[in-house]
Design a protein around this ligand. Structure first.
Ligand SMILES: *[C@@H]1O[C@H](CO)[C@@H](O)[C@H](O)[C@H]1NC(C)=O
Ligand SMILES: *[C@@H]1O[C@H](CO)[C@@H](O)[C@H](O)[C@H]1NC(C)=O
Ligand SMILES: *[C@@H]1O[C@H](CO)[C@@H](O)[C@H](O)[C@H]1NC(C)=O
Ligand SMILES: *[C@@H]1O[C@H](CO)[C@@H](O)[C@H](O)[C@H]1NC(C)=O
Ligand SMILES: *[C@@H]1O[C@H](CO)[C@@H](O)[C@H](O)[C@H]1NC(C)=O
Ligand SMILES: *[C@@H]1O[C@H](CO)[C@@H](O)[C@H](O)[C@H]1NC(C)=O
Length: 452
């Protein structure tokens, strides 16, 4: 390890590439914050939704709508851990601009293609805003998240014994697929709403979703979280694993353990942590095992490590006994991530401080690997902020008492069955090859267009 680090440091010096690279003294919180600030600056440069004439809450191509929700969660976490509120205004503005008529993150522009996991990622961003007391939502952030929860309950589907389908609209390719990302956002939402409110409806649903995932074969006996299952047979499980789905089930399980002290949830936390180590760690750092080795990760997949890092960090707080296992992994991951933030790329690809673009792969303490983008910046930002320790979010969320009493419910039943809407992409994958291609290509909404 040491040898590798010296060698790459030497290589960088020889190339003169370290000019702008992020240098972090990991013994100093101030230095970690400074590094995080540089990475956050580079991340937000991709976002122009707060500029005149642009649409708040959206990123330019090639980023799908869901990803801005993930960016906002990352920025809220950055603010909560560092106290730097530079991006709070644009975060609030972007989240609120996309709530839609029903206050449920189904804005009209997205309803044709929006999937349950897309909607859930935005709901989780609203929940992070609630937990950390981000200013400015009417109805409350928590109310927005509850509205989405209630819609998920209504969409629970009897095929294969339960579960959410991937797609909301029946006409979309992927409606016949039940995936762990959609059920994972539902699960995490339920667990965290339970922790915030003590309302048993939420804990019952958290338990129900987790147990369904197990019965459906989507969570194995060794707590591997598989991608999804086609509803025609209910037995053909796509065994791809993504760090995002695992992250969602780990996060919610740790919250449920914290809220209940139950040994069932402890068993699940322990199993999922073990699986993270077995599946998503290489050379002591996190990696996206399904695609990183071959450098074949999609734009979506390039952002998933950010979810896993935040989930692991939250687990050390919700289930403190796990810290001894997880903390060293977060530490080595953050160091490798910072090391990768030395990229000098075209201004069109990266507009942050020159020479500080973060790479995707951190294995072997690699220098910048040539991949720059929103996901790469998000992953590295989460990696650095995970080393800072403010109070866990359940304890700092300030506001279940507040302004949430007004008529915040959906103003009308959301149009989710796609009945009257024109079919954008009626293609159904229809066979196994196409189904595998579908899930291999992308996990989130918009995949239908990608296949056209
Ligand atoms: C958008 O946000 C960025 C980052 O905070 C800021 O520098 C910029 O001035 C904002 N633009 C507008 C038009 O407010
Ligand atoms: C929907 O799209 C139109 C056209 O691009 C845009 O003007 C509007 O702001 C968008 N609304 C939302 C909520 O994104
Ligand atoms: C939030 O709700 C929980 C559970 O009902 C309660 O224990 C806690 O005191 C509430 N917090 C605030 C700030 O009202
Ligand atoms: C608990 O949550 C459910 C689902 O949001 C809601 O319908 C119910 O009214 C809540 N119960 C209480 C006591 O607040
Ligand atoms: C729940 O989280 C708090 C805050 O980190 C911690 O003090 C407490 O010990 C946790 N509860 C359990 C059962 O671990
Ligand atoms: C309710 O919202 C108003 C306006 O946003 C704010 O001034 C007030 O402090 C809020 N009250 C609570 C209890 O959060």
């Amino acid at each position: 390890m040491k040898f590798t680090m010296q060698r790459s440091a030497l290589a960088l010096a020889l190339l003169g590439a370290s000019a702008g690279a992020i240098k972090v003294d990991f013994t100093s919180d101030d230095s970690i914050k400074a590094g995080a600030s540089t990475i956050a600056y580079g991340l937000v440069k991709y976002y122009n939704g707060n500029e005149t004439g642009q649409v708040p809450g959206t990123l330019p191509q090639p980023y799908y709508w869901w990803e801005t929700g993930a960016v906002f969660t990352t920025l809220i976490d950055y603010w909560a851990q560092t106290g730097d509120n530079t991006y709070n205004a644009l975060t609030s503005q972007g989240l609120l601009f996309q709530v839609g008529q029903g206050n449920d993150f189904l804005p009209a522009n997205e309803t044709l293609s929006e999937a349950n996991d897309d909607q859930g990622v935005w709901a989780l961003a609203a929940l992070a805003a609630a937990e950390n007391g981000l200013a400015g939502s009417q109805p409350s952030w928590q109310e927005l998240a509850k509205n989405v929860f209630n819609e998920f309950v209504a969409r629970w589907d009897p095929k294969c014994g339960g579960g959410l389908r991937w797609q909301i609209a029946a006409v979309n390719a992927g409606y016949n697929y039940k995936n762990s990302a959609a059920n994972g956002v539902f699960f995490d939402l339920a667990a965290r709403l339970f922790q915030q409110t003590n309302n048993n409806t939420y804990s019952q649903w958290a338990t129900k979703v987790f147990e369904w995932e197990q019965k459906a074969g989507l969570i194995s006996d060794s707590y591997q979280v598989f991608d999804g299952v086609m509803v025609e047979s209910c037995s053909k499980v796509d065994k791809m694993q993504t760090s995002m789905s695992t992250a969602l089930f780990l996060d919610g399980s740790a919250v449920m353990y914290n809220a209940t002290s139950s040994s069932d949830w402890k068993t699940r936390v322990d199993g999922l942590v073990k699986d993270v180590q077995a599946t998503f760690v290489k050379d002591g750092v996190l990696y996206e095992s399904a695609c990183e080795g071959e450098a074949l990760c999609t734009v979506d997949q390039q952002s998933f490590k950010s979810f896993l890092i935040r989930s692991l960090k939250a687990t050390t707080q919700q289930a403190p006994y796990t810290a001894a296992t997880i903390q060293p992994l977060l530490q080595s991951t953050a160091q490798a991530a910072a090391h990768s933030c030395s990229g000098s790329v075209d201004k069109k690809e990266f507009a942050g401080q020159p020479g500080t673009a973060c790479g995707f792969s951190w294995v072997g303490n690699a220098a910048f690997d040539g991949k720059a983008g929103v996901g790469e910046q998000m992953n590295a930002l989460s990696a650095l902020t995970a080393l800072l320790s403010k109070a866990p979010r359940s304890q700092i969320f300030p506001s279940n008492s507040s302004n949430s009493t007004s008529s915040a419910g959906p103003t009308q039943p959301s149009k989710t069955s796609g009945s009257g809407t024109p079919s954008v992409s009626p293609k159904s994958p229809g066979n196994k090859v196409a189904a595998n291609l579908l899930t291999a290509l992308a996990v989130f909404g918009g995949v239908a267009y990608g296949l056209c």
